[in-house]
Design a protein around this ligand. Sequence first.
Ligand code: M8O
Length: 217
Amino acid sequence: MSVIGKPVLYSYWRSSCSWRVRIALNLKEIPYDIKPVSLIKAGGEQHSNEFRDVNPMEQVPALHIDGNTLVESLSILHYLEETRPQRNLMPHDFVKRAKAREICEVIASGIQPLQNLIVLIHVGEEKKNEWAQHWINRGFRAVEKLLSASAGKYCVGDEISIADCCLIPQVFNARRFHVDLRPFPIILRIDRELENHPAFRAAHPSNQPDCPPEAPK
Ligand SMILES: O=C(O)/C=C\C(=O)CC(=O)CC(=O)O
């Protein structure tokens, strides 16, 4: 496989899906450059003709790597896992692998898309908080239940997996929309466990080059 230059991640500081990929790149110690895409400037740079050629879904992240441009964060995580097996993000055991994918799927299909920017714009300023809270609460009830069977130190057993790459950014979004997290003690414990991990810390929105200086830390 020829590796052409350093990977470039099209990313937005507060995008939870970009954040998933930043964590995985950091965990695997893959050096990369960030190309910030502002989701809010002038109606959103993701809707420009130039970016539509990068990702026809007009969303971040996109990762330019090994001469190809990849989109969809879970698909990117699996590509990284398959091509850069150092620091595995998938458990070895088949059932644990299924459990890791399950948690990713609940978050990536069942929670985040319902509270992302395009949906909240459609829902409107007045109702957006309540809407986001509703869907995050509903999804987190399922995640907490799944974790009660799968979690050790992290989402699936005692090894960091793709499930943790999805969970931590979603917890940030939950706080952003003022979801009461007290009913989710396992989620909170895993979040605490990982908040100071260097790979997660470096991927945090507050440590991104496009994070506005006035953003709360
Ligand atoms: O208000 C903004 O700054 C714009 C966009 C985001 O944060 C990103 C999302 O749409 C939510 C998400 O990634 O889950």
